[in-house]
Design a binder for this molecule. Structure first.
Ligand SMILES: Cc1cc2nc3c(=O)[nH]c(=O)nc-3n(C[C@H](O)[C@H](O)[C@H](O)COP(=O)(O)OP(=O)(O)OC[C@H]3O[C@@H](n4cnc5c(N)ncnc54)[C@H](O)[C@@H]3O)c2cc1C
Ligand SMILES: NC(=O)c1ccc[n+]([C@@H]2O[C@H](COP(=O)([O-])OP(=O)(O)OC[C@H]3O[C@@H](n4cnc5c(N)ncnc54)[C@H](O)[C@@H]3O)[C@@H](O)[C@H]2O)c1
Length: 479
């Protein structure tokens, strides 16, 4: 490999890193990207895309079974081999040719290898063949190295070789019995997917299911998982794990009970990929999340700007929001602000300015692709109260709209809007129900746009759609 100088060096070509580089180049600077694995990162090959492919066939089957006429046409269960094949295709068969050639097209050189910061604005790249390159940045280095699965220090757990989300996502076989430690997003989605694929699933949800969402979201998901045969053990905490010679995994709970399974998935959150990226070489702490200011520049433990501001961190690694779309939103802001600073342009860093990721604070949309789906944006009622807002909570039964009754028999769901009473705007919105994912963006626009409730009365939902819930919520709130 050769030694080169670029305006910007990005470490990590996940969804965030590749977008930072693209934006920088669009702004007229040069950028290079360093990637140790596959261009496209976790999201493309081990997370968003393949997991949603694993979930979609089951959702389509359930939807057909809920509509008379279609129901009669469905005679069998999921074709597991076909589902896994579709999953493989959505993970591009774990080949990154497509995304690597996109980088080439947009004019971003790719350095394949492990990147480490070695000194101010300098990144050393070590290729798999041991070759090295020294890349120097004129303006900025952006760390976009993402995160990996967190595996806790539980007695016997590592020796039992548990699955993390990666092994669950790539599996070629559906285990007969799958136990899951965790009750968050990964645990809920993978319980839904593997139950649909025929596994007997046990969820050990120490802190409940989807504890950060509105409480009714977790309740709906638990009810539905249980109806599909999943054993959901709320409050159950694993104390130790042992894998027997025949492959059986035994999980001993803190109350002494035992749960047996053929595979164990650990899904309790993420850890930053900062252990071995040279942070120690510049006086930062390896293995820690990188804290940033509003323009994604790394700050020290005291909150002061790190050095002269040459080091940025975007995406999972800065822990602001661990979601692809928010990371890419940060990437657009970071790419643009680096260009602005390099050209001595104006930095728009006020609230909702071009160079800051204001939505990260209170307007993050997320869809959990469980059955039913959970789609939310902004603050839950509890979070809004904790933030000191004077709120009113408005709930509506999603099944009571004409659109939902047409969509499916025995449709179950709920909607909640959280209104800031002082400003009469929506600060949080949650929808739970089949196929609510595509309803979310209207709520995101209402929250980000801080659209006054008075004006929302003029946004008339089409009849007969599930979106009519917007009108029902306003009517419930009163005019
Ligand atoms: C199972 C699962 C499902 C998910 N589903 C969704 C979803 O449906 N929707 C959603 O929005 N989010 C989802 N997420 C979250 C999403 O995957 C992440 O938020 C997103 O991938 C973060 O992007 P990133 O670019 O910051 O990091 P990553 O995608 O982790 O990419 C980081 C890249 O940096 C590379 N890298 C790391 N260290 C180095 C180094 N030293 N040198 C060179 N390269 C390096 C890595 O190889 C990787 O390619 C899911 C996560 C999981 C685990
Ligand atoms: N559809 C999506 O948007 C999607 C899908 C999957 C993952 N993701 C993202 O990926 C990230 C990781 O997901 P995740 O589910 O691993 O993390 P998470 O933070 O969503 O959930 C982890 C859960 O594990 C529990 N927990 C923590 N420590 C534990 C312990 N020692 N024992 C038992 N339970 C414990 C927590 O209370 C929490 O409920 C999340 O930030 C999520 O947003 C998003």
């Amino acid at each position: 490999m050769d030694d080169k100088t670029y305006d910007v060096i990005v470490i990590g070509a996940g969804p965030v890193g590749e977008n930072v580089a693209d934006r920088v180049v669009q702004g007229g600077l040069s950028a290079a990207v360093v990637e140790r694995e596959l261009v496209g990162g976790e999201c493309s090959y081990w997370a968003c895309m393949p997991t949603k492919a694993l979930l979609r066939s089951g959702a389509a089957l359930r939807a057909a079974r809920q509509v008379p006429g279609a129901r009669e046409a469905v005679t069998g269960d999921l074709d597991v081999a076909a589902v896994l094949k579709r999953r493989d295709a959505f993970a591009s068969n774990w080949r990154d040719d497509g995304q690597a050639s996109w980088l080439e097209q947009v004019g971003v050189p790719l350095y394949r290898g492990h990147g480490r910061v070695s000194s101010t604005r300098v990144v050393e790249v070590t290729g798999k063949d041991g070759s090295t390159a020294t890349l120097t940045a004129r303006h900025a280095v952006v760390v976009a190295t993402g995160s990996g699965a967190l595996v806790p220090d539980l007695e016997g757990l590592r020796q039992a070789k548990p699955w993390t989300s990666r092994e669950a996502v790539v599996t070629g076989e559906v285990p007969g019995r799958l136990a899951i430690i965790g009750g968050g997003v990964v645990a809920s989605e993978m319980a839904t997917a593997f139950a649909g694929l025929g596994a007997a699933v046990t969820v050990l949800a120490r802190d409940g299911v989807l504890p950060l969402a509105e409480p009714f979201a977790g309740e709906h998901v638990v009810k539905s998982l249980r109806e599909s045969g999943v054993s959901v053990r709320l409050g159950a905490e694993a104390a130790s794990v042992k894998r027997a010679d025949d492959g059986t995994v035994s999980i001993t709970l803190t109350n002494g009970e035992q749960v047996e399974a053929d595979e164990l998935l650990v899904a309790i959150g993420r850890t930053p990929n900062t252990q071995d990226i040279g942070l120690d070489a510049v006086g930062l702490t390896p293995g820690a999340w990188l804290t940033v200011d509003d323009t994604m520049r790394v700050v020290g433990e005291d909150g002061a700007l790190f050095d002269d501001g040459w080091l940025y961190a975007a995406g999972d690694v800065n822990r602001r929001v661990l979601l692809t779309h928010q990371g890419k939103y940060q990437a657009r802001a970071v790419g643009d602000v680096i260009v602005a600073r390099a050209k001595n342009g104006t930095v728009e860093q006020g609230r909702w300015g071009r160079h800051v990721a204001t939505s990260d604070e209170r307007a993050v949309p997320q869809v959990v692709f469980t059955e039913p789906e959970v789609a939310s944006v902004g603050l839950t009622a509890a979070a809004a109260e904790a933030a000191g807002l004077r709120i009113r909570v408005v709930d509506y039964d999603l099944a009571a709209t004409a659109g939902s009754s047409l969509q499916a028999e025995a449709y179950r769901g709920q909607a909640r809007m959280v209104v800031d009473e002082d400003r009469k705007v929506i600060v949080g919105f949650t929808l739970v129900g089949p196929d609510v994912a595509e309803l979310l963006h209207a709520a995101t626009i209402a929250v980000v746009g801080e659209v006054p409730l008075d004006r929302l009365w003029h946004a008339v939902p089409a009849f007969p759609t599930v979106s009519e819930v917007w009108l029902r919520l306003l009517e419930t709130y009163g005019r």
